[in-house]
Design a protein around this ligand. Sequence first.
Ligand code: XBP
Ligand code: MG
Length: 234
Amino acid sequence: MLKAILWDVDGTLAETEQNGHLPAFNQAFSEAGLSWYWTALEYKTLLNVTGGFERITAWATQHAPDEVARDDWRERCLLLHYRKNLVYAERVNQGLVKFRRGVMDWMESARQHGIVQGIVTTTSRFNIEALMQANLGVKWRDYFAVVVAGEDVVRKKPAPDAYQKALQILQLQAHEAVAIEDSPNGLAAAHAADMTCLITVSDYFQDGDFAQAYTQVKQLDELDFKDFLNQFNQ
Ligand code: XBP
Ligand code: MG
């Protein structure tokens, strides 16, 4: 019996990367006087590393090892990431990052059917706040019984930690909830937590291997909520 839907954020609720995170990373680099610039193509590979701080560090380790070797690298990288998140929030507040098709309808339908909803993501809490406020308004928190963000777990996706934490808080078994994800790392995280995972393929993961997913769709509005619920509960 389905009791909860656990939503991924980046790529699933909205295409946050291309119009949000990526230009924000590049702006933060430029403002810091660094000549670093990530192209959309390069960013596709960089997305395999979840977490913005971890992503900058992974890239710099290869392309700017002298920076990473500095004693103050951690502080400098935290500042870069912090600035990136501020620019991301500005872009979201400008209306540049909207929920994907079908998301709002599913959220409303879940509410009407008494299905609990949660957010399970490796993005920063600050970014969740910005995206949710811009798309759901100031009362966005009312939709969700739990919000697990990147800073709430030691191991980010593809580790199961974030999903396990959400299930623990909700006091639910893995088979009572479904994860909605867009990426191979997200699918792996949900499966590692023994959960069923529905994939809404995002721009960056069109060629992802989702053969093991419960089902995959291009957009959530291709799936009728009630049909899904009936099928899941059979
Ligand atoms: C999301 C991410 C995040 C964002 C940036 O993955 O990988 O790192 O790109 O967020 P998922 P922060 O959708 O699987 O949760 O900069 O806040 O870390
Ligand atoms: Mg995602």
